[in-house]
Design a protein around this ligand. Structure first.
Ligand code: DMJ
Length: 516
């Protein structure tokens, strides 16, 4: 039924002649008439080629490319897992950069690569500890997406072996994992330290672990993350989330199995937990308790609307609404990180329980998107990492630009659902500023102060710049059938997995509906 053309190298992966998907409840469909903008798309490919080329030249096999004391080099700041290399693989593949893709994949598979060393117990580097969350979204996510795009079984085996060694992270009294990973001689060896786990960390695993279970036919992985979901879902039913209804505190005590006091937000420490409620519901076949995932998502959106959504009036705005998301119990900043919310709302709208709800989600998505785009209205044309609103004035509160993807990610989703050219234009303006101020000879680096001209570089090329920022930009200028959003789900690091749940399971189908 669904025709997947893998036109490897010659052109990027395409889902050809896809029938128009339409939710019977929400009656919202993806724009189907988007054609590629080859000129702009090729410019993004060139950016990726330059970025990966520099990584290859100066930091091959290490986590990230950095610039320090006048020299470009590499850094193992993420535990020595070749983070940029793994994070880049699917972007290279999608962009048709075959030579780079093949070389990187070959490196990963060979004896002595960082991942092989971890599996074989030869790499001591994880004694220095790394984040379970980053490992999951970047490394496991990156490997799973390569498997789904190419069918490469070796890559799946790598993911399988890595996940197997980190299972002991779930050995806490509650079964909610610790946030830290460390290994000695190929064995998990972390001493339980801080009992406080972070919602965005333990709550952003099920998409990867359920996908791994499905692909390997080994149910063990998803048992762990299903258990985590059950705990969170039960506490939500009992209204023991230490936050207003639908929302959750960002801290959880892994010993007592209860939420601890903390901030509720759609930013640091919470963000992707909410994103995975809708992504798991839309994407995973055999999702246990599927309707609960959907209802928790809708409850969270209602909680956001009641408690966190704020309006501001941009001077000289022509009647358009601008919204942003604050924190509970108090807060006055909006982080760039929360600019993923419009994209998440678009996914929520695609098959919302009612048309009214779908329209409301799209409306809020557009309103928040306007604020995110406005954040780029700075001397450099780059967004600060966070802003605050005082007397209707948006003011940068953290002026650094980390090369974050969230705004272009949401522009991608809004463009795919509305087909409104404004989103392509806005993304292009953002990319022009990135090109002007991030790209130095040999490195795309972030900048320390977006208000200062010329900006000073921050000396780091983030691996998510290649995994997400450039990937979403590329997809914005691709046609609407490339990585169709009813065929692929992007994990929170921008790694695409093949959707295994049929549209008819996600929303009720009428007799004769041809969507399965
Ligand atoms: C990325 O690693 C992921 O998008 C994550 O979910 C949040 N932060 C960064 C980029 O800002």
């Amino acid at each position: 039924m669904v025709c997947l053309l893998k036109i490897y190298n010659a052109s990027p992966i395409k889902v050809a002649s896809y029938f128009s998907l339409r939710s019977p409840q929400a009656n919202i469909s993806w724009a189907s008439n988007i054609t590629a903008d080859n000129v702009r798309r090729d410019e993004i490919v060139k950016a990726m080629k330059d970025a990966f080329g520099s990584y290859k030249k100066f930091a091959w096999g290490l986590d990230e490319l950095i610039y320090k004391q006048g020299e470009v080099g590499g850094d193992n700041n993420l535990g020595g897992v070749s983070a940029t290399l793994v994070d880049s693989l699917d972007t290279l593949y999608l962009m048709g950069l075959k030579e780079e893709f093949d070389e990187a994949l070959q490196y990963l598979k060979q004896d002595g690569s960082s991942l092989r060393n971890i599996i074989e117990g030869k790499q001591k580097v994880l004694e220095q500890r790394m984040s379970l969350f980053e490992f999951n979204i970047r490394i496991l996510g990156g490997l799973l997406s390569v498997h789904d795009l190419t069918g490469d079984k070796d890559v799946l085996m790598l993911a399988d072996s890595l996940a197997e060694i980190i299972i002991p992270a779930f050995s806490t009294s509650s079964g909610v994992p610790h946030g830290t990973l460390c290994f000695k001689n190929g064995t998990y060896s972390c001493e339980p330290s801080n009992p406080q786990a972070i919602l965005a960390e333990f709550g952003t695993m099920h998409l990867e672990w359920a996908t791994l279970s499905e692909r390997t036919k080994n149910p063990v992985y998803e048992k762990y993350t299903n258990h985590v979901f059950k705990i969170v879902s039960d506490l939500a039913e009992l209204k023991e989330t230490k936050a207003p209804e639908g929302l959750f505190s960002c801290y959880f005590d892994v010993n007592s199995g209860t939420f601890s006091n903390g901030v509720a937000s759609f930013s640091f420490y919470s963000d992707s937990f909410y994103e995975y409620l809708i992504k798991c519901w839309r994407s995973l076949g055999n999702l246990e308790n599927a309707e609960r995932w959907r209802s928790m998502f809708d409850d969270a959106m209602a909680g956001m609307k009641t408690n966190l959504l704020r309006r501001w009036k941009r001077p000289h705005a022509s009647g358009e609404v601008y919204e942003w998301v604050t924190q509970w119990p108090r807060g006055d900043t909006f982080d760039h990180l929360a600019c993923f919310v419009p994209g998440m709302l678009v996914l929520g709208a695609a098959e919302a329980p009612t048309l009214e709800l779908a329209e409301e989600y799209i409306e809020i998505a557009k309103n928040i998107m306007r604020t995110c785009v406005e954040m780029y209205n700075t001397p450099t044309g780059l967004s600060p990492d966070s802003v605050s609103f005082i007397n209707n004035q948006m003011k940068a509160s953290s002026k650094i630009s980390w090369q974050r993807p969230e705004s272009v990610e949401s522009l991608f989703y809004l463009y795919r659902i509305t087909g409104d050219e404004i989103y392509r234009e806005q993304a292009w303006t953002i990319f022009q500023s990135m090109k002007k101020y991030y790209w130095k000879p040999d490195i795309w680096e972030g900048c320390i102060d977006v208000m200062q001209l010329p900006p000073t570089g921050d000396g780091r090329m983030q691996s998510f710049f290649l995994a997400e920022t450039l990937k979403y930009l590329y997809l914005i200028y691709s046609d609407s059938n490339v990585m169709h959003l009813d065929e692929w789900v992007f994990n929170t690091e921008g790694h695409p997995f093949k959707i295994s749940k049929s549209a008819c399971l996600r929303s009720s189908c009428k007799d004769g509906d041809s969507r399965v």
